[in-house]
Design a protein around this ligand. Structure first.
Ligand code: F6P
Length: 342
């Protein structure tokens, strides 16, 4: 078979491990030809690709990012987008396409499959917000990086009696904030799933001070929102998929906390640091398992599916299920963290 491969959306630790697994088993075990499109869906539309070989994918397992490049191009924004994808696949005589990506990339893959194209997906994102799978690779690495940041912030917070706010990524899901906050012993964690009351957050910090702890760590997810009317919000720019570019809540919290409590407060925005660099061992293993499951499924022409982790086992799930709904933090998970607030 001739199989196309692409990585779309934000880069994520573990993408290269998937590429390596697809290529290694695809060529060695099945005798397929694997073509890697450059820069996500943009490479498909522009027919920009390289043939991937076992040699060209050696040594990439511990590398962050993606050797294929990525973009947030949405081919379906163009009314002829699906035909252009089909044309590229026909020209390159592809039997199928494996799209590695998050909500947006998998959404495109799902629509193309519905339109009759032989496409399947592999779920990736540091945000961990894809439906139908218990976990996505990249999340563990992001949590590890954010936890290390909290550990480092603790020492300065304590030395200077400050409130230190850490803003982490995660889009409209609070997984990174919740898990890093739990692992790092944060005193307040604010996530999108639970609109926050700034007065309540400040009361928790005051209570902590009254108990003789003169420093605090607040972890806030970039998508956290204040309860209506609590703090002013602003319009942000949108990408090709219509998503707002998040960020800035940490800075606004800094001002509000300092003004309301009188405690010196500073913010750190972790940004792309939590998405870059080498994947943890857990993410390398999960990404490798997903890659192997993807090439096995493609070899059986199980289009319209994606590998998913369910109770530690890798299964195939319909792409449509994966993109039907964002996987957000359940109330009971947040309640575990709340026991340590203030
Ligand atoms: O989806 C991964 C992610 O890192 C989000 O957590 C974040 O909101 C977004 O991508 C940032 O995207 P970009 O790198 O395009 O600014």
């Amino acid at each position: 078979m001739r199989i196309g491969l692409l990585t779309g959306g934000g880069d994520c630790p573990g993408l290269n491990a998937v590429i390596r697994a697809v290529v290694r088993k695809g060529i060695d075990r099945y005798g397929h030809t694997i073509l890697g499109y450059r820069d996500g869906w943009r490479g498909v539309i522009e027919s920009s690709y390289d043939e991937l070989t076992v040699d060209s994918t050696r040594g990439i397992l511990p590398r962050g990012g993606t050797i294929l490049g990525s973009s947030r191009t949405n081919p379906l924004k163009d009314p002829d987008g699906a035909e252009r994808v089909e044309e590229s696949m026909r020209t390159l005589q592809l039997d199928g396409l494996i799209a590695i990506g998050g909500e947006d990339t998998l959404g495109v893959a799902s629509s193309l499959y519905e339109a009759g194209l032989p496409v399947m997906g592999v779920p990736k994102t540091i945000d961990n917000d894809i439906g139908a799978t218990d976990l996505t690779f990249g999340f563990d690495t992001a949590v590890q990086v954010a936890t290390e940041a909290i550990d480092r912030l603790h020492t300065t917070a304590e030395s200077h009696n400050r409130v230190l706010v850490l803003e982490v990524m995660g889009r409209h899901a609070g997984w990174i904030a919740l898990h890093s906050g739990l692992a790092g012993g944060a005193d307040v964690i604010l996530i999108p799933e639970r609109p926050f009351d700034i007065d309540e957050a400040c009361s928790l910090l005051r209570r902590r001070h009254s108990r003789g702890r003169y420093f605090s760590i607040v972890v806030v997810a970039e998508g956290a929102v204040p309860r209506a009317g609590a703090i002013e919000t602003r319009e942000a720019p949108r990408d090709e998929f219509g998503h707002v570019r998040l960020g800035g809540i940490g800075q606004r919290l800094e001002g509000e906390i300092e003004r309301r409590t009188g405690f010196e407060t500073r913010t750190t925005v972790l940004g792309h640091i939590q998405r870059g660099g080498t994947p943890t061992a857990f993410d390398r293993v999960l990404a490798t398992r997903f890659g192997i499951a993807a090439i096995d499924a493609a070899s059986e022409r199980r289009w319209g599916m994606m590998p998913a982790l369910r109770s530690m086992r890798i299964e195939l799930a319909p792409l449509a299920d994966a993109v039907a709904q964002l996987r957000t933090v359940p109330v009971e998970d947040y309640e575990v963290a709340e026991a340590f607030f203030g």
